[in-house]
Every structure is written in structure tokens, then in C-alpha cells.
Ligand binder design. Structure first.
Ligand code: ARG
Length: 277
């Protein structure tokens, strides 16, 4: 996580951002502090990235890159505003012993904002930020299959606003934000989905952080809370509305470092390769 010392809405790169809206920095600091405290209480260990002047979105560490089994693939940001973040992200991962492996030039991908592990695979959202062309190379670098999902609603421009893995059978899902193929992919992969309504997804419900059996979320509408509790999860609500002014919620403010899809699952051979054998 990265403290919000230099957070603000200084440009507009998603439909939530409006430069005329001011961020209350004291409130942002307080909300961010509450989020850290809640995650730690739930059992997480939190590592910090140093904030940098002029990089207001560095606080959204979900977009630093994609991590799997000690490997780190830095993001390639669509918007020039966020591209200078990468050098600081890479320096952190280099300094902490990760194997840093890069996507080819010219393919956009915005890290764990768009790529989330479920079971043996990653689901990866594309269109407004990440490119479909990133999925092949990402799969090779992560050593895991990557299943593409087209994001069709501009307000839900990253996958982590529409999908939240809960455990190996369950996830919060917002199929209205996906193309038909993406819906089928999730249907085949997730045996027990908690389907979010439009209001629930726009309240950033899917942008939750799961630590063990605790789900840390920006708000919890009663139907969502009931289902989570019936499944044995505890819900902790942390208001992060200062960050929602920039289009980010709880999960965007974090990057899971302990991701490890089962080794050996590897990228599945493409149909052509399989046919050739
Ligand atoms: N203002 C940031 C952007 O538009 C918000 C990023 C939110 N991150 C996320 N993982 N959804 O890039």
C-alpha cells in the first residue's frame, strides 16, 4: 500500500474523476489509515511503497503490476499520467527480491486492477485500460492460464470493480459489466457466484479485499452482507469515498503479494498447438 500524501484528482482518466472536485486530504489520510488498521486486524501484513509528488494515483497499488509465486510483471499504463509510476514500482519489487519480468513493449496491462487469480487461472479484464494482446505474454510470464473478459461499461474500467475472488469456489461477480464470452468464462470457473446488482457494483462492492475469512469493503448492502455471512465470512466496512472521487475503492488501494496459483498448472497449450500434437 502507498500512503495518500500526494493523492488528488489532478486529471481525468475515468468517468469518476472530475478535476473540479476537491479531495479532502485529511479525510483521505484518515480513511486510508482505517483501511490499513482493518486489514492488519484481519491478519494481513502491510508493506509500504513511498508516496511520490506528482503521482496522485500511485496510492492505487493494485495497478503496480501482477504478482504470482514471487514473480512480478510491471504494468504498462494506457495513460501517460500514470506511466511514471512504473519506475517506483519496479524499484520496490527489485529491492524486495522479486523476479521482475516485463511484458513486450506496446502491450498495455494495468496489473492486479485487471488480473485476478481464481483457482489455477487468472481472469483478466481488457478494453479501456488493458489490451487483449497482453493476455498471451502475461500467461507465459505468470506461468498460469489467463482468461480474457471484455469490460463493456466505461464506469467499470478495471476488472477489480466487477470481480472479487472470495475462496476457491466463490466470488462476487458483476456480469453486467462483461461481454457474453466473459460471462461464460466466469460461469465455467466459479461454482458459487454472488451476483451483484448494478447499484451494488457501482457502490464498489466488488472492489473488496479478502483477508482470510474477512471481507473488507467500502459499503455492504444487506443482501450482499447476508450472503457473505451465510458463507461464513465476516464483513468489515471501511469508508473510502475520498478515493472513490478518483474511481478507486478498498481493493485498488492494495496489491496482494502472496498470490500463488498452483505450480504446474502452467499456461494451457493453445488449440493449434494441442491439435498439432
Ligand atoms: N484514478 C485511477 C485510474 O483511473 C484509479 C485506479 C483504480 N484502480 C483499480 N485497480 N481499479 O487509473
Amino acid at each position: 500500500m502507498c500512503p495518500p500524501e500526494h493523492f488528488g484528482v489532478l486529471y481525468e482518466i475515468n468517468p469518476w474523476m472530475h478535476r473540479e472536485v476537491t479531495v479532502d486530504l485529511d479525510r483521505a489520510r484518515e480513511q486510508w489509515g482505517d483501511l490499513v488498521a482493518t486489514l492488519v486486524e484481519a491478519g494481513a501484513e502491510v508493506e509500504l511503497l513511498e508516496p511520490q509528488p506528482g503521482l496522485p494515483d500511485l496510492v492505487f497499488t493494485a495497478n503496480a503490476g501482477t504478482v504470482n509465486r514471487g514473480r512480478y510483471v510491471p504494468s504498462r499504463f494506457r495513460h501517460p499520467y500514470r506511466q511514471p509510476e512504473v519506475a517506483f514500482d519496479v524499484a520496490w519489487f527489485d529491492g524486495h527480491g522479486y523476479d521482475v519480468v516485463e511484458l513486450p513493449e506496446g502491450v498495455g496491462h494495468e496489473g492486479a486492477g485487471d488480473a485476478l487469480p481464481f483457482g489455477h487461472a487468472f481472469l483478466s479484464g481488457y478494453k479501456s485500460r488493458s489490451d487483449a494482446a497482453a493476455h498471451g505474454p502475461l500467461s507465459t510470464l505468470l506461468g498460469a492460464p489467463v482468461r480474457p473478459i471484455e469490460l463493456v461499461d466505461d464506469r467499470l474500467y478495471h476488472l477489480d470493480l466487477t470481480f472479487c475472488p472470495l475462496d476457491d469456489r466463490r466470488a462476487m461477480v458483476a456480469p453486467h459489466a462483461w461481454d457474453r464470452y466473459g460471462c461464460k468464462v466466469v460461469e465455467a470457473l466459479v461454482p458459487e457466484p454472488l451476483v451483484l446488482s448494478d447499484d451494488e457494483m457501482l457502490a464498489f462492492c466488488a472492489n473488496s479485499v479478502v483477508v482470510g475469512s474477512t471481507v473488507v469493503m467500502a459499503s455492504c448492502p444487506p443482501p450482499v452482507g447476508r450472503q457473505l455471512e451465510a458463507w461464513g465470512f465476516d464483513v468489515a466496512v471501511v469508508g473510502v469515498d475520498e478515493f472513490q472521487k478518483a474511481g478507486g475503492g478498498c481493493r485498488c488501494l492494495t496489491l496482494a503479494l502472496d498470490v500463488a496459483t498452483p505450480a504446474g498448472a502452467g499456461p494451457r497449450p493453445s488449440t493449434e498447438t494441442a491439435a498439432a500434437r
